[in-house]
Design a protein around this ligand. Structure first.
Ligand code: GDD
Length: 402
């Protein structure tokens, strides 16, 4: 049997996702009309003999309760949210809940970072992992040499695929092959994490017995129960025939900013063509709007037949899209109203916002840039005949109740 664990992190990690993370935990932000974590859960569902899915994070339990219970019912596989009292690092968080994870005595643990977007070739990875016979297999991808230093860079043996060398976000270039944040482990991973705890304890004891300077450096060190998967586990185990790599040639992106969430929404929409075509708007009868490319429209949204929508547009529940509206590359969240003849391009429109008639809300369209898309936070309001270009509105009034 196999269990899957998705590391969802917590509120302090989501600051680059403002203002959208003010209303909703980042893992629940909708991409292609489904919460970010939903795409990972659907991918886990394709693993043979999957027993359970755990989400581990330090968000309040109540923020995930509704989603976790509805998805468990829908997919008929138990999905549980396990809350850490404080961040323990990506490996420390996993270790903390080892008793829950090992409950069903699984042969393998699939571990996923929540903030990545890819086709998650998990069954294929699991097969490759069994063939390698190591403790863990990492999903890896080639990226441009300029982009690589934002990630874990690694070197793998071209014949055996063994992980030979691993450096997390190095300052000088190591390799254009990077860690995708998707792993398969045998239960031995828990022993490897425990070894790091033990070494830390030994070192702390040694310091106590030595000098004042050593005490000072101990004060700066990470808390003893904080273990990072990349620096503390992958780096030291590289080249020891314990870790192997599986390269994806498909799409892969990391979602740290709202701009990337818009890009990834588009990637998931195009994936729906193969995996869930029923979720894509067809726009093929006279009563529906003109649809261009990949578009998701929630069944409760009302879209005027004279509107023109797409490509890469997703429209959430109860949104109202007026006559003559043009939407290109955008995410329209719940309860938004877009009035007649407004245009929205490269933008995310927050919950309950309203866009006036003949207005234009537009971003530059550079998804990697900090200000590459225009974002309206919750309950933003754009008057009639106004142009909003290149803008991020946090809705400070709404936040402070002014
Ligand atoms: N539950 C929990 N507790 N989750 C955590 C914690 C923690 O204390 N710390 C991080 N996470 C989650 C994050 O939410 C994220 O999903 C994942 O673990 C990794 O986060 P970071 O440790 O902050 O690393 P990163 O995202 O900057 O980079 C990692 O992922 C890249 C791929 O996206 C590294 O593994 C890179 O090497 C890798 O390229």
């Amino acid at each position: 049997r196999v269990v899957a664990v998705i590391m969802v992190g917590g509120p302090t990690k989501g600051t680059r996702f403002r203002p959208l993370s003010l209303n909703i935990p980042k893992p629940l932000f909708p991409l292609a009309g489904q919460p970010m974590v939903h795409h990972l859960i659907s991918a886990c569902r394709r693993i043979p003999n999957l027993a359970q899915i755990f989400l581990i994070g330090f968000y309040e339990e109540k923020e995930f309760a509704l989603y976790v219970s509805s998805i468990s019912n829908e997919l008929r596989v138990p999905v549980r949210y396990l809350r850490e009292d404080k961040p323990h690092g990506s490996a420390g968080g996993l270790y903390n809940f080892r008793d829950y994870i090992m409950e069903d005595n699984p042969s393998h643990v699939v571990l996923l970072n929540c903030d990545v977007c890819c086709s998650f070739p998990l069954p294929e990875m699991l097969e490759a992992h069994k063939g390698y016979g190591g403790m863990g297999t990492l999903l890896v991808i080639k990226v441009s040499a300029e982009a690589a230093n934002q990630f874990g860079e690694l070197v793998a043996d071209p014949v055996t695929n063994e992980l030979l060398h691993y450096t997390e976000k190095p300052e000088t270039f190591v390799s254009d092959l990077i860690n995708c944040g998707v792993y398969i482990f045998t239960p031995n991973i828990f022993t490897a994490i425990e070894d790091v705890f033990m070494q830390r304890k030994d070192r702390a004891n040694l310091r106590r017995a030595t000098s004042f300077e050593a005490l000072q450096s101990a004060a700066k060190a990470l808390p003893p129960d904080y273990v990072r998967l990349d620096q503390d586990i992958l780096s030291p185990l590289a080249g020891k025939k314990e870790l192997y790599t599986y390269e994806t040639l498909d799409f892969w992106e990391q979602i740290k900013t709202p701009g990337m969430s818009l890009k990834c929404s588009g990637l998931y929409l195009s994936q729906f063509r193969h995996t869930s075509p029923q979720l894509l708007a067809a726009g093929d009868d006279a009563r529906s709007a003109t649809v261009i490319g990949d578009v998701y429209i929630h069944p409760s949204a009302k879209v005027h037949p004279s509107a023109k929508i797409g490509p890469n547009v997703s429209i959430s529940a109860n949104a109202r899209i007026g006559a003559g509206v043009r939407l290109i590359s955008c995410i329209i969240l719940d309860d938004v109203e877009i009035k007649e003849n407004a245009v929205v391009i490269h933008a995310i429109i927050g919950w309950k916002s309203s866009i006036g008639k003949w207005s234009r809300v537009q971003g530059e369209g550079d998804y990697n840039a900090k200000l590459g898309i225009t974002i309206l936070g919750e309950a933003g309001s754009v008057e009639d005949e106004v142009v909003v270009y290149h803008c991020i509105s946090e809705q400070i009034e709404a936040e402070h109740g002014l």
